[in-house]
Design a binder for this molecule. Sequence first.
Ligand SMILES: [Zn+2]
Length: 199
Amino acid sequence: MMGKTHISVGIAAALFVSQPASSAACLATVLAGALGSITPDIDVHNSRSRDALIARLIVVGLAIVSFGIDRALGAQLWAYISQIQLSQQAIGLLGFFGLCAIGRFTPHRSFTHSVLALVLFSLALGLVLPMAIPAFAAGYASHLLLDLLNKMPMNLLFPLESGWCLHLCHADGLTNKVLMVAGLVGDIVLLTLCIEKFI
Ligand SMILES: [Zn+2]
């Protein structure tokens, strides 16, 4: 699927799994879900690299807006992040970017589109922001599930050499658009339900 679809569905999956009950947790969930939803496509090198780049810019924009809201509302997300031991966060960031580097050198839909990568990336992010693990993992898993619908095999059990796909649709066809809209509706409904808990 395309980047915007992964982001909209990934955020909905993260909100559904995490059920955040505070403004800080809500911001962390949206951000982690969006990040998890685009991380597998760090291995994109071909004609879809522009779509992947736009998706990364959207997530950077989301991060800027989220931390702006955090500051404006005093949501305490940044305060929570600052409390975590710096050495632990440094190891997590090193691990995360190290995994991204491995992803860049592996074929599309191999390592980064596997259950192994989902676990490793989630553990690395968990060292930086422990409360974001379920949201990140949900966003990541939603990417793998959506890509499974496509016509290009995916190496879900990497390093085992077996590729799967359900051959149901093209990555950029009508199904992609329908899923993106469904994800956006889910985002709005779930965000509203979450916000109602703490206002
Ligand atoms: Zn993908």
